[in-house]
Ligand binder design. Structure first.
Ligand code: KIV
Ligand code: ZN
Length: 499
């Protein structure tokens, strides 16, 4: 068996399904090109039948990317497969990823069907996909909880029908590493023709075991790992690309190689976090802010004497030049900002850079040290420039023993509006004032404030979900003033439905 592990990235499909992480086509192309230069083998670009946006993104990514295979997801439904094949028409290498749930939970409750019928549907979808493309990947959804004997029967049948890659997802993140590894081994030992196809792992992190399960699957014979940047994905996320790549780079004894250029991990990770507004937990392995920060005296002393006493990875191997460096200050010029953005994988037009630089100067006025995370937030600001509703000004008074008051000025499609309201806190007062201008029944559902780095002068990021007419709209902003950030996040969300 070859020791080459194929990396299948699903940041743009499974990752992008996360509420609030949606990207437009231009942003998806930016991520796809970063994945290509990172060295992934397959990019899952979307689920074309699910929306015109996904369909167009698969087309545009297919045109923009040269050597990785472009993959499109479908259900075991002919129309899905037909639409996926259409969306893939410009791809230099194309793959259809089709499949169906095989666990008894899925068969009984999702499909109200039987094992026999599901087997027939699995065969039929692969045969139909095969009429459109040569490379057909089959997924047995919830394989983690599927009876091994039945799973082997389905896998053998779809291989006979022409599948080239067999994906074994632990959809619910339920399996234990030994159990998942044993499942892969069972298939290798019991399925005729399995040596002709590649087996893939696709693990979710509900019990924090996605990476462990993936590694166990690979050590038992799987040769494709399905992953996302930063482990982004529904619920607790998917297996993270950077963890798998660095495990095999660090453990040479395992003799598994990937095509990943690990020095591009850091900038790809930061780009995805910035575009998707999805913060990286500080202690996240490989890419978290603290992943290489040694705070205890004993550790600092040890690392200074010899890095390997406490560090198993050289930060440079993942593209971090100096993990503790302070990158820019108020005296940094336009060119320094441009250079740092390029290091972080962000290319901007001159106009976008001018906006980012103005924002940078405002931030540098309020915050002494500007870090990479701050810069990535600034980089997102130019996206607001075409918003219909803009915050012109905000003034709040609040304190202990007084009711908060907010005055808000908005411009809506260029027209100015003002309102003043009270509330049980400054954010409530500001949102109430906005609701006086925009008379709709909007309810804040989720409201999360996070500091980017540390210190009382830090930038606060606000994630907010607003419910309107039964739908949820996501808003985001970042500002050193958290009341302003909250108000801007509310406006960002309502811009998505007030037209
Ligand atoms: O988690 C899962 O089962 C999936 C499949 C659609 C591959 O994402
Ligand atoms: Zn998944």
């Amino acid at each position: 068996m070859s020791n080459r592990l194929f990396i299948f990235d699903t940041t743009l499909r499974d990752g992008e399904q996360v509420p609030g992480c949606q990207l437009n086509t231009v942003e998806k192309i930016q991520v796809a090109k970063a994945l290509e230069s990172l060295g992934v083998d397959v990019i899952e670009a979307g689920f074309p039948v699910s929306s015109p946006g996904d369909y167009n993104s698969v087309i545009e990514i297919s045109k923009a990317v040269t050597w990785p295979s472009i993959c499109a997801l479908t259900r075991a439904v002919e129309k899905d497969i037909y639409v996926a094949a259409e969306a893939l028409r410009y791809a230099k290498r194309k793959r259809i990823h089709t499949g169906i749930g095989t666990s008894d939970y899925h068969i009984k409750y999702k499909f109200n069907s039987t094992r026999e019928e599901i087997l027939e549907r699995a065969i039929a979808c692969v045969k139909y996909a095969k009429k459109h493309v040569e490379d057909v990947q089959f997924y047995a959804e919830d394989a983690g909880r599927t009876d091994n004997e039945y799973l082997a029967q389905v896998v053998e049948a779809v291989i006979k029908a022409g599948a080239t890659v067999i994906n074994i997802p632990d959809t619910t993140g339920y399996c234990l590493p030994a159990e998942f590894g044993a499942k892969i081994k069972y298939l290798i030992d019991h399925v005729d023709g399995i040596d002709k196809v590649t087996i893939a792992t696709h693990c979710h992190n509900d019990l924090g075991m996605a990476t462990a399960n993936t590694i166990s699957g690979i050590l038992n014979g799987a040769r494709q790992a399905e992953v996302t940047i930063n482990g982004i994905g529904e619920r607790a996320g998917n297996t993270s690309l950077e963890e798998v790549a660095m495990i095999f780079k660090s453990h040479k004894d395992l003799d598994i190689t990937t095509n990943i250029n690990t020095t591009k991990i850091y900038k790809t990770s930061r780009m995805v976090s910035s575009l998707m507004n999805m913060p990286i937990q500080p202690n996240k392995a490989i890419v978290g802010r603290n992943a290489f920060a040694h705070s205890s005296g004993i550790h600092q002393d040890g690392v200074l004497k010899n890095r390997e006493s406490y560090e198993i990875i050289d930060p440079k191997d993942v593209g971090i030049e100096d993990p503790n460096s302070i990158v820019l200050t108020a005296r940094s010029g336009h060119a320094a900002l441009k250079h740092r953005l390029q290091v972080l994988g962000i290319e901007m037009t001159k106009e976008e850079l001018d906006i980012a630089y103005q924002e940078f100067l405002k931030l540098a006025d309020r915050k002494k040290n500007i870090t990479d995370d701050d810069i990535l937030v600034l980089a997102g600001k130019h996206r607001d420039k075409d918003a219909r509703i803009k915050l012109e000004y905000l003034q709040v008074t609040s304190g202990v023993g007084v009711r908060s008051v907010a005055s808000v000025g908005l411009s809506i499609a260029g027209e100015k509006f003002e309102a003043c309201a009270t509330g049980n806190g400054p954010v409530d007062a500001a949102i109430t004032a906005i609701k006086q201008i925009i008379h709709r029944h909007m309810v804040v559902q989720e409201f999360l404030i996070q500091a980017i780095t540390r210190g009382s002068n830090d930038v606060g990021k606000v994630h907010m979900t607003v419910e309107y007419e039964g739908n949820h709209y996501y808003g985001f902003s970042a500002n050193t003033d958290i009341v302003a950030a909250s108000t801007e996040a509310f406006i960002d969300a309502i811009n998505k439905f007030v037209h």
